[in-house]
Design a protein around this ligand. Structure first.
Ligand SMILES: *Cc1c(COP(=O)(O)O)cnc(C)c1O
Length: 456
């Protein structure tokens, strides 16, 4: 069969409120031309994030009814712990309310001020937690990972030569951890190869440095390894995951991504002493060691989701539906980051509206047009998000101006995606009339969340 279908059917539906262009003009005006300030009910297709937006399965909802809300030693905790240990293979599991809480507990335990953590690309909460504790976050993704037009199978890899020289320069004693983020979220959801994980682990360990994985999209990454890396085509994804994590001393995880849950996270390690210290911090700031910040029912939903996300029919659908959007846009001559990542499609705004200079925010402007055109909400990853330096109160163009269309897991069908493609195509057709923006008001930090805009 040429037609590839969603490997699920729909049992509960969530109505979408359709809107007219005139209504959307009013809503986005009221929101100061900032899609973050829209109400979700005024959005038709919401591609703001893939985090916490997954549709849960009937098995997950059934598991939620079995949730045991006992404070200590709940049944839900033991099911959660068993699922994490079985899939990732670590000895200690520390439950947290989301990924950034796992990061805070990890860095709060192992990182001293002025020390450096190395990653392919730190996600913003990871960087934030390191810098908040007075540490330094260094990104060493391979060069091809920074070029949106370059087609390569593993653009999330870490540059191992740069890793070796960074360790030599900084000194292993000043590096509490080397990390790798799978898939590389801030670098377009590009995967990391098994060979690269193995090499990075080896280099870290030769220098006596623990190696951790930011595991948020571990299943998507494992599926890319199966599809793209020689020697893995016939291996079950579950085994590939086991191998990936066998090279690591621990991991951090946001269950809002590849655990198909709406909230949750965890931290793992094999070191007994470290786990004890982490549990202390957990109990003071998150909750008792058998629930972290989670309800029993959430732990049960995660335990089921972690197994479901490894089903290969699901992963085939997941990676194909993302590639479907990217390929459809490419076929219409619309520039996107290549190849498609696991969880999102990135429009290259500077390529689409080259007449808008970066300091008039081409990515932001394009995201507003997509909403006006069809009620589609994406997010600018560009000069509004990264261009302002609060220390010098000055602005400069970000490395790229992109619009990220993040695809929630199991939520939208192919016809929803066709609608999105048509929306982008319509905006692309009238691209020369799309205008740049200016900022009317903005806070000094994380300005994209609350800034207000007007057209120039
Ligand atoms: C989402 C994410 C996090 C943080 O997880 P939260 O659950 O949002 O706190 C960390 N790293 C990566 C790569 C992520 O995508």
């Amino acid at each position: 069969m040429k037609t590839f279908i969603e490997p699920f059917k729909i049992k509960a539906v969530e109505p979408i409120q359709m809107t007219t262009r005139a209504q959307r003009e009013q809503k986005i005006r009221e929101a100061g031309l900032n899609p973050f300030l829209l109400r979700a009910e005024d959005v038709i297709i919401d591609l703001l994030t893939d985090s916490g937006t997954s549709a849960m399965s009937s098995e997950q909802w059934a598991a939620m009814m079995r949730g045991d809300e006992s404070y200590a030693g709940a049944r839900s905790w033991f099911r959660f712990e068993a699922a994490v240990q079985e899939i990732f293979g670590f000895k200690h599991v520390i439950p947290t309310h989301q990924g950034r809480a796992a990061e805070r507990i990890l860095f709060g335990t192992v990182l001293k001020p002025k020390q450096t953590v190395i990653n392919n690309t730190h996600f913003d909460t990871t960087r934030g937690n390191i810098e908040f504790l007075g540490g330094r976050a260094v990104d060493l993704v391979v060069e091809e990972g920074k070029d949106p037009a370059h087609e390569a199978p593993f653009k999330g890899n870490m540059d191992t030569d740069k890793l070796r020289s960074a360790i030599k320069e900084i000194g292993p004693a000043q590096i509490p951890l080397v990390m790798i983020t799978v898939t590389n979220n801030s670098g377009g959801g590009q995967p990391v190869s098994m060979e690269n994980i193995r090499q990075v682990s080896q280099i870290a360990h030769e220098n006596g440095i623990p190696f951790y994985i930011d595991a948020c999209r571990f299943a998507e990454n494992a599926y890319f390894i199966k599809k793209r890396e020689p020697g893995y085509a016939d291996r079950p994804v579950k085994e590939i995951v086991k191998e990936m994590f066998s090279y690591a001393d621990g991991c951090t995880m946001s269950a809002k991504k590849d655990a198909l849950a709406n909230i949750g996270g965890f931290l793992c390690c094999n070191d007994d002493e470290l786990a004890k210290k982490e549990q202390e911090l957990l109990i003071i700031t998150e909750g008792y060691s058998t629930y972290g910040g989670l309800a029993g029912r959430d732990m049960d939903a995660i335990a089921v989701g972690l197994h479901e996300v490894l089903e290969e029919d699901y992963l085939e659908y997941r990676t194909r539906s993302t590639a479907y959007v990217a390929n459809a846009l490419t076929a219409r001559g619309i520039p996107v980051v290549k190849p498609a990542g696991g969880h999102a499609v990135y429009l290259d705004a500077r390529g689409i509206v080259p007449h808008i200079p970066p300091l008039q925010y081409p990515g932001w402007s394009l995201s507003v047009e997509l909403y006006l055109e069809a009620g589609v909400r994406g997010v600018e990853i560009g000069t509004v998000m990264f261009g302002y330096d609060p220390e010098t109160d000055s602005e400069k163009p970000a490395a790229m101006d992109l619009v990220r269309l993040a695809i929630p897991r199991r939520v939208y069908t192919q016809s929803h995606m066709d609608y999105v493609v048509e929306a982008v195509e319509n905006v692309h057709k009238r691209r020369t009339s799309v205008k740049g923006l200016k900022i009317v008001s903005a806070p000094r930090f994380l300005r994209h969340f609350t800034a207000r805009f007007d057209w120039v």
